[in-house]
Design a protein around this ligand. Structure first.
Ligand code: NAP
Length: 325
């Protein structure tokens, strides 16, 4: 076994089923420069490349642009061997706004072309057609290779596609992990049918599925203080799932987080982009492709995970989480 690769839609871009997320770069909300910093993340990206992890996700908003800069610098020696995905923030979603944001991203990344350019979130007050026309124009200009969206519902994904004349949307990046499986209802089946890749963000449920956290040992950063999954009541409810992840991991000589990723990437059109702060984390995440779960293990995980639910009340506490910032 080992890393597998799939094509993003019909773009010709081949990406590893385990990629690398880089929201962590420059993000004070994740504890940037408190326990990890530039050297760690550059090493992480270089190590990812050595391991065959060729898909790197960033965004203009991450670290106020620092994430794109660091990614660009880190991949300079092997730029053609990686697929770089970045995103335009919704406040720049007008036609001109998208064109300008893309120029800034190209400059920060230090590249001539962005492999996958994604609309980060829908913006309900800007006509989707303007945004998508600009995305198409960028492909025409040779500044972007393929168009993706992120956090788009099924209805909006369809409308976005209808706005394009020549290009196809090749991917939708959404929150998807063992305990947050809302996309399975209609979005994932649609993407599978249409050959649109589903890029799963927060595939480790922001670290919950590494089974390192508990009600007595909660992460302290801003991101996870806002995430209802790290509420003590949810962490307590998640204990049987954590135990199962550890048991299955032990059988495969693996780690709990790898089991959670293996569960996710078993689906053909799903690519996971775990965020990593240090090289050891990307090494561990890449190894999720080294073993396969049995059908029984897969269903047992599903059952245990179904019992963990964040609860609507705690979602109300965390409007920022809904914005993905
Ligand atoms: N499109 C969007 O709106 C959107 C939203 C969110 C994220 N994203 C993208 O998706 C990526 C991943 O999502 P995410 O960062 O929210 O969550 P995630 O990948 O589920 O969790 C990342 C965190 O898990 C921990 N971790 C990672 N690998 C580990 C390992 N091998 N062992 C132990 N701990 C490990 C690290 O935190 P600790 O070490 O501190 O525990 C890391 O910061 C982001 O970087 C970003 O590129 C996109």
């Amino acid at each position: 076994m080992g890393l597998k690769y799939i094509e993003l839609g019909r773009s010709g871009l081949r990406v590893s089923k385990v990629g690398l997320g880089t929201w962590q770069i420059g993000a004070s909300e994740w504890g940037w420069n408190r326990g990890y910093g530039v050297e760690d993340v550059v090493e992480t990206i270089v190590r990812a490349h050595e391991l065959g992890v060729n898909f790197i996700d960033t965004a203009e908003i991450y670290g106020g642009g620092l994430s794109e800069e660091v990614v660009g610098r880190a991949v300079r020696e092997f730029r053609d061997e990686v697929v770089i995905a970045t995103k335009v923030w919704p406040t720049h979603a007008t036609y001109d706004g998208v064109l300008k944001a893309c120029e800034r991203s190209l400059r920060r990344l230090g590249v001539d072309v962005i492999d996958l350019y994604q609309v980060h979130w829908p913006n309900p007050v800007i006509p989707l057609s303007s945004t998508m026309r600009a995305m198409e124009r960028l492909v025409e200009l040779g500044k972007v290779r393929a168009i993706g969206v992120s956090n788009f519902s099924l209805g909006r994904l369809r409308r976005a596609q209808e706005c394009l004349k020549r290009e196809e949307i090749v991917s939708n990046q959404v929150r998807y992990n063992l305990v947050e499986r809302g996309v399975e209802k209609e979005l994932l089946p649609y993407c599978e049918r249409e050959g649109i890749a589903l890029i799963a963000y927060s595939p480790l449920a922001q670290g919950l599925l590494t089974a390192r956290y508990s009600a007595a040992n909660r992460p302290r950063d801003f991101v996870r203080r806002l995430n209802p999954l790290f509420d003590p009541s949810v962490l307590r409810r998640a204990e049987p799932l954590m135990t199962l992840l550890k048991e299955i991991a032990a059988k495969h000589g693996a780690e709990p987080g790898q089991v959670a990723l293996a569960w996710l990437i078993r689906r053909e059109d799903v690519v996971a982009i775990p965020g990593a702060k240090r090289p050891e984390q990307v090494e561990s995440n890449a190894r999720a492709a080294d073993f396969e779960l049995s059908d029984d293990e897969w269903s047992a995980l599903l059952e245990a995970a179904s019992k963990v639910s964040a609860g609507v009340w705690s979602l109300l506490k965390t409007p920022l989480r809904l914005l993905g910032i």
